[in-house]
Design a protein around this ligand. Structure first.
Ligand SMILES: [Zn+2]
Length: 96
């Protein structure tokens, strides 16, 4: 493996429960250009690492507890993330 090979980090950022590589990430071979699902106190936030303005919150159902409260929000967030990742051609701003 060459030094320039891009790989997933050994540990995901705190709170991230799922990642979807975007179309741009696929094209440039960078698995770190992703839409992340981030679990917060009362919601799942879906956020694109390449275009942070593209984010959406999916709130847990306050009438339910446990998996029933989080399941719907997680499913909706996953659907949003998958759809965004399939079409997003934004590139993240280089760091360094
Ligand atoms: Zn995006």
């Amino acid at each position: 493996m060459s030094a320039s090979t891009r790989t997933q980090p050994a540990v995901w950022p705190e709170g991230v429960i799922a990642r979807y590589v975007t179309d741009a990430g696929k094209l440039i071979g960078d698995p770190n250009v992703t839409v992340d699902l981030i679990e917060q106190d009362d919601r799942i936030r879906a956020r694109c690492t390449a275009c942070p303005d593209s984010e959406s919150d999916f709130y847990f159902d306050p009438m339910c507890t446990g998996a029933r409260a989080t399941g719907w929000a997680t499913n909706q967030a996953a659907t949003w993330a998958q759809a965004h990742a399939e079409t997003c051609r934004a590139l993240p701003r280089p760091t360094a």
